[in-house]
Design a protein around this ligand. Structure first.
Ligand SMILES: Cc1cc2nc3c(=O)[nH]c(=O)nc-3n(C[C@H](O)[C@H](O)[C@H](O)COP(=O)(O)OP(=O)(O)OC[C@H]3O[C@@H](n4cnc5c(N)ncnc54)[C@H](O)[C@@H]3O)c2cc1C
Length: 530
């Protein structure tokens, strides 16, 4: 019977990471009907485990990845303007010393080996200056300041470092709260009419002539549902190959290379608000970044990861590698006891045949498969920084299959809560504090960082702290958890304290368990809608 047939949408997106949600938002804003299915929580895989930088990727210049670097550099400021609550400019301090080495596989190191063999793989200072000059000029900066030199013997940035680091260069990139970026894209997609299904796994997708028939399973209730769509988008990140092989069952030679990256978090190691860009003698680089006010984030590693189903974890060897690396720079000697948290993610890199994980391209590749009917778009690789541009490129390909799709619209359009000027953050905090004087400075800043111009909706009508309901710890109140469950698709304590915010760093296991129990008792919006 006709009423039993699923309604056909234009697009069905598999995967609620940054690429799936970015494509869903862009497509819905162009008037397409969209359904997105994410098998766990939004951003539960790679998109919450990044280094959280909107960056051009200084090191990719050595691989001659000029297209990627230029696109990403230009994109930084577009993104910053659209979300000045969850993204902000950062200065990076790059200490210079003679023993820094290239990854031996970079085209630059091969060229230098040919013309300056006596350097024996070391990076000369002039090359770093050239790289920074390109970094400053390739991307047409308007907001971010350019490169400067620092004398580490006198500058405050030299104080946490060992004495033999005497000079440094300083350049700009931006920070971004990666998992919040995903949720804000999902919210905006929904505001434009998209249907966002979380905890919903795609079991199979098959072509039925001009349409796709997609079978999903609700991972909480086990309920199965059939969907119909004109085009399918495979934005499964590390699972992109698995989806092709076992869910869509298409024959393809396209592959994804899984490269794990881990980070360690320590208590705050230094007093200023800049990051360090440390170069190692193994040709790799790591960052040390001020994190969540009271912490320092150090990462990352590059390790082959065999299977997407295997949850990535920071191994003892990766912990030690990051500690040893940081210990070649910091005056304070770090040990395993200093690590308060670790996290790991798997980069779904397009398999370009590079021999080392570090050398594999970070650029994205979009492939349309039309074998036998309805079109399928596969997303390989990509960076958080290029997600909006990736979505625009995806929509170009989608538009070729679904005629009538209107042009790009997302550049210059703020994400929810981001409709205020880049330099307007402090005014936002002042305003919130004036309206709700019972909020502590930490609490008010945290709400503004998370929710931007929507922050006042969390306390709402509250006239005192008690009006915000139960305090679960670390300023997380019942009013905020209700907001997260009703508007931001949160279902469990883990969704809240590790992805909607990072209060897991400040709450103890009992507090998190109490939050979980409270959330389990309260119907989520998905369950309320059933
Ligand atoms: C260590 C590390 C550091 C990084 N640092 C940076 C950085 O600083 N800056 C930057 O720009 N980029 C960075 N990146 C890259 C960036 O994080 C990734 O490119 C990006 O997050 C990939 O997003 P995605 O949406 O493709 O994948 P994911 O976020 O993994 O999303 C894919 C989703 O698909 C879902 N899924 C899979 N199969 C199914 C199914 N059958 N049904 C339903 N759902 C399914 C998964 O659950 C998952 O949530 C970093 C990556 C790593 C690993």
């Amino acid at each position: 019977m006709d009423q039993d047939r699923p309604k056909t949408t234009d697009l069905f997106v598999i995967g609620g990471g940054i690429n799936g949600c970015g494509i869903a938002r862009d497509a819905a804003g162009r008037g397409l009907t969209v359904t997105l299915a994410e098998m766990n929580d939004l951003a539960s895989a790679t998109s919450s485990a990044s280094t959280k930088l909107f960056h051009g990727g200084l090191r990719y210049l050595e691989y001659f990845e000029f297209r990627l670097v230029r696109e990403a550099l230009i994109e930084r400021e577009t993104l910053l303007r659209a979300m000045p609550h969850i993204s902000w400019p950062m200065r990076f301090v790059l200490p210079y010393h003679r023993d820094m080495r290239f990854d031996s596989e970079t085209p630059t190191s091969r060229l230098l080996g040919l013309f300056m063999p006596w350097m024996k793989g070391r990076r000369p200072a002039w090359l770093i200056r050239l790289g920074l000059f390109l970094y400053d000029t390739l991307g047409g900066r308007q907001i971010l300041p350019g490169t400067a030199r620092l004398d580490l013997r006198t500058a405050a940035e030299g104080a946490p470092l060992q004495d033999h680091f005497e000079k440094a260069y300083e350049y700009s990139d931006c920070w971004v709260e990666d998992s919040r970026l995903v949720v804000l894209n999902a919210r905006d997609a929904e505001a434009h009419g998209a249907k966002i299904l979380t905890r919903t796994a795609v079991l199979s997708a098959e072509r039925a002539g001009e349409l796709w028939r997609i079978e999903t399973e609700d991972r909480e209730t086990g309920a199965r549902q059939t969907h119909s769509a004109r085009m399918l988008v495979n934005a499964g990140g590390p699972w992109v190959g698995d989806i092709l092989q076992s869910k869509v069952r298409v024959n393809t030679r396209e592959g994804v290379r899984l490269v794990r990256g881990s980070h360690i978090v320590t208590r705050r190691l230094y007093d200023h608000d800049k990051c360090y860009f440390f170069q190692g003698t193994d040709g790799r680089i790591i960052f040390a970044i001020p994190y969540e006010t009271d912490f320092t984030l150090i990462g990352t590693t590059d390790a082959e990861h065999a299977d997407p189903a295997q949850t990535p974890e920071c191994t003892p060897a990766e912990r030690q590698y990051l500690l040893d690396f940081a210990n070649t720079y910091f005056r304070q000697r770090l040990s395993d006891a200093d690590i308060v948290w670790t996290y790991s993610g798997v980069r779904p890199l397009y398999d370009d045949g590079a021999s080392s994980a570090t050398a594999a391209t970070r650029d994205y590749t979009l492939k349309v498969d039309k074998a036998g009917g309805a079109p399928l778009l596969n997303v390989f690789g990509g960076k958080i920084t290029t997600y909006r541009r990736l979505a625009e490129s995806a929509l170009e390909k989608i538009g070729a299959e679904l005629p009538g799709v209107i042009g790009p619209w997302t550049a210059g359009v703020p994400l929810p809560g981001g409709d205020f000027p880049v330099e307007g953050f402090e005014a936002l905090v002042d305003d919130l504090t004036a309206r709700f004087p019972f909020l502590t400075p930490f609490h008010a800043r945290r709400l503004c960082r998370a929710y931007g111009t929507e922050a006042a909706q969390v306390p709402g009508q509250a006239r005192c702290a008690e009006d915000m309901g139960r305090d679960f710890g670390a300023t997380l109140t019942e009013a905020e958890v209700r907001w997260l469950m009703d508007k931001e698709f949160a279902r469990t304590a883990e969704d809240v304290v590790w992805r909607r915010n990072k209060l897991g760093l400040r709450m103890d296991a009992d507090q998190i368990a109490a939050l979980d129990a409270w959330m389990a008792d309260r119907p989520s919006r998905a369950r309320a809608a059933e």
